[in-house]
Design a protein around this ligand. Structure first.
Ligand SMILES: [Zn+2]
Length: 342
């Protein structure tokens, strides 16, 4: 993903969305003090002092899926690691009982035509309502292509996939009641050379372009998609979710309210502004409400993690606790959306 606009354009972006600059969240009672974090537990386990909630999301299980991807090595477009990932993901999703498929396409890239694949898993309602609408949960599965070092993308790549796969387990165990769910793992989010409108977001752009055509997976139409929640870089040990001003404002506000209601105030600070081009953009350009859940403001000064797109994006930068925070928040937000949205 990429920071799209200079900071001074923020105000303009907010205006475009009809988002009032004086918006203020409703007052809510102060949360009870959170006990000091336990210091001696492995990153692969969820911090036992984390405020509990009713989500079935298991951060430790998601972390194992993250480790597994890192073991596969680089998963850039067309790499052996990407093929290994595709087989593994499809097996896992199929094993959960989802209707699973790959949307295969050839993208024109600065490095020539490249075969890419979006992995999709479809969770229709158990008793399908004739007009049931769909919520899409998505992430990118590719890692950025580098020739001068080995890039395993523990946070940028593996964390989103781990989160989404665990969410697929959670919604299998406790399905939605009003909406179909589509789990989408996009290929080619990363630029193969230099980020541009043409060299980025290949998978999500292809999916959106295929909507309302005979090639649309699961015969989805634009009108049926009521919300898209994209997840990317959600595993950082010091997760600070970005208040992404490109995202659909009401939906983003619901995400932050949910995170804070669950007492993850440290991770969901509205002051952590950013505007990040990512796989939610093609949906927004189709006027489909979409948000990006991303931790890209680690320092609190609008900058991104120093290990981003370097050989240092490794297992020591991520934690099961952050996956737990992001995953349980998305789980419970989606259940709210299932109740509220038509
Ligand atoms: Zn990236």
């Amino acid at each position: 993903m990429k920071v799209l606009y200079p900071y001074w354009l923020l105000a303009l972006g907010l205006g475009l969305w009809g988002w009032s600059g004086c918006h203020k969240a409703p007052a809510r009672p102060a949360a009870p003090p959170v006990p000091a974090a336990a210091t001696n537990f492995p990153a692969s386990q969820v911090d036992p002092s984390l405020p509990p909630n009713e989500s079935l999301f298991q951060g430790a299980r998601a972390f194992r899926d993250l480790e597994r991807q890192v073991e596969m090595g680089p998963r850039s477009v067309g790499s052996p690691g990407a093929e290994q990932l595709r087989l593994w993901l499809q097996r896992e999703l199929h094993g959960l009982g989802y209707k699973t498929g790959a949307q295969v396409f050839t993208a024109q890239t600065p490095l020539g035509p490249k075969k890419m694949f979006n992995i999709l898993a479809w969770a229709p309602l158990a008793s399908p309502a004739i007009q049931a609408n769909t919520i899409i949960l998505s992430t990118h599965h590719d890692t950025k292509y580098f020739t001068d070092f080995t890039f395993v993308g523990a946070n940028d790549g593996a964390s989103g996939v781990a989160l989404l796969l665990e969410l697929a387990r959670v919604f299998k165990e406790r399905p939605l009641t009003k909406h179909n769910l589509l789990f989408a793992f996009w290929d080619g989010e990363e630029a193969l050379q230099e980020w541009s409108a043409e060299d980025s977001l290949y998978g999500s752009r292809h999916f959106v372009e295929s909507l309302d055509t005979p090639q649309t997976p699961f015969k989805l139409t634009t009108k049926q998609i009521v919300a898209v929640i994209n997840m990317d870089m959600v595993g950082d040990r010091h997760l600070q979710v970005t208040y992404d001003t490109l995202s659909h404002p009401q939906l983003l506000e619901m995400l932050f309210t949910k995170g804070r209601d669950l007492r993850f105030e440290k991770n969901f600070k509205r002051a952590e502004l950013g505007n990040i081009a990512d796989d939610h953009l093609p949906f927004l350009q189709r006027s489909i409400p979409a948000i990006n859940l991303i931790g890209f403001n680690q320092t609190g000064a609008g900058s991104y993690p120093p290990y981003w797109h370097t050989a240092e994006d490794t297992l020591d930068k991520v934690s099961a606790t952050s996956l737990q925070i992001a995953g349980s928040t998305v789980d419970l937000l989606v259940r709210d959306l299932d109740r509220i949205l038509e």
